[in-house]
Design a protein around this ligand. Structure first.
Ligand SMILES: NC(=O)c1ccc[n+]([C@@H]2O[C@H](COP(=O)([O-])OP(=O)(O)OC[C@H]3O[C@@H](n4cnc5c(N)ncnc54)[C@H](OP(=O)(O)O)[C@@H]3O)[C@@H](O)[C@H]2O)c1
Length: 314
């Protein structure tokens, strides 16, 4: 089978399509014929060597985390899935495994049946960013129409899920996006939209109960000026040192810095599937064929698109 690997850290140029044996499955795994996988910022952060503390520096490395496809074979201990099922899922160890291949062997507890109303490309877009959005909601605690939430970087994959989940819970949301994203942010439920190319959210007089920065460019120190007393700053792109330091410093300050670390599971996927039933939309901005995997990663890394970028296989 064809699989994308890389032998050193670097740009998309290090990605190579290679011939590999179809993986053998363990008793608790399923073999999935991959129909689509989505691209996440984490893929290129790992590939560029920015996450070596967690990814290690051993090669070859595989890439891609969430996928959709058709079950080809099930391990002896697997129940609830059978050959031919249309599924989506995620690898267990995002730092070491990869799904950018014609077949993947994955833990059955991280594979779910694909709802019939969504495509393989849409399903492949769910696990990583959908789970991160639900985890963020958990960290927000009780929210209602009086809770003022700022979502900075609101129309990438993560923001797409978060805005719509917040709308389903009735929060008062301000979305910061580029001009391409303003119509989507409104459609997905933002009460107010700020185009960051025209207006600096930090110059406004408005303050928020919760600020979540999905752009990775704001940071807690900057956000403090637009946070109410006792507000939360949610950070899904922490530096490793910020994880313990924020916990410790929060003991002494009223404006809290909370790190988001998410891991897909059945619990989060059930919440996402329920939200999809209620009308949550999954926008796939562009689908690339497998043969154009380098172009797909280049396009995704450049940014400036709405929702998700997906690679499809036959
Ligand atoms: N901790 C976790 O568990 C976890 C899980 C999933 C994702 N993440 C991280 O969360 C972040 C968001 O994920 P994603 O998949 O949504 O990424 P994404 O699709 O790249 O979205 C990032 C968004 O930020 C916007 N942006 C860029 N510059 C901005 C600025 N100066 N001001 C405001 N917005 C700006 C981008 O808009 P334009 O492109 O239009 O500029 C884009 O919509 C990534 O860094 C990802 O690695 C963390």
């Amino acid at each position: 089978m064809k699989a994308i690997v890389y032998q050193k850290f670097g740009t998309t140029e290090v990605l190579q399509a290679t011939e590999q044996p179809v993986p053998a499955i363990k008793a608790n795994q399923v073999l999935v014929k991959v129909k689509a996988f989505s691209i996440n910022p984490m893929d290129w952060k790992i590939r560029k060597g920015e996450m070596t503390l967690m990814s290690g520096s051993k090669f070859p490395k595989y890439t891609g985390t969430d996928f959709a496809g058709i079950v080809e074979e099930t391990g002896a201990a697997v129940t609830g899935l059978k050959k031919g099922d249309e599924v989506f899922g995620v690898v267990k160890n995002m730092m070491k495994e990869g799904v950018s291949a014609e077949y993947v062997a994955v833990t059955a507890s991280l594979v779910w049946k694909k709802p019939s109303q969504i495509s393989f490309a849409q399903a492949a877009a769910i696990p990583v960013v959908g789970t991160a959005a639900v985890t963020s909601l958990e960290k927000m605690g009780n929210i209602n129409s009086e809770t003022n939430i700022l979502v900075n970087g609101a129309t990438g994959g993560f923001g797409m899920f978060l805005l719509q989940l917040l709308k389903q819970r009735g929060a008062n949301v301000t979305a910061v996006t580029s001009n391409k994203g303003t119509a989507f942010a409104k459609k997905w439920g933002a009460n107010t939209v700020i185009d960051y190319t025209k207006e600096n959210v930090l110059s406004n007089t408005a303050t928020y109960d919760i600020v979540i920065d999905l752009s990775g460019k704001m940071g807690y120190k900057t956000a403090k000026s637009i946070m109410k007393a006792k507000a939360l700053f949610l950070n899904p792109t922490p530096q490793p040192i910020e994880i313990p330091v924020s916990l410790f410093m929060n003991l002494f300050r009223s404006k809290k810095h909370v790190v988001i670390l998410s891991a897909p599971s059945a619990k989060y996927t059930d919440i996402l599937l329920e939200a999809i039933k209620k009308g949550l939309e999954i926008e796939v901005n562009k689908v690339f064929p497998f043969s154009q995997y380098k172009e797909a990663y280049q396009y995704a890394e450049q940014g400036g698109y709405i929702g998700k970028v997906v690679v499809e296989l036959n």
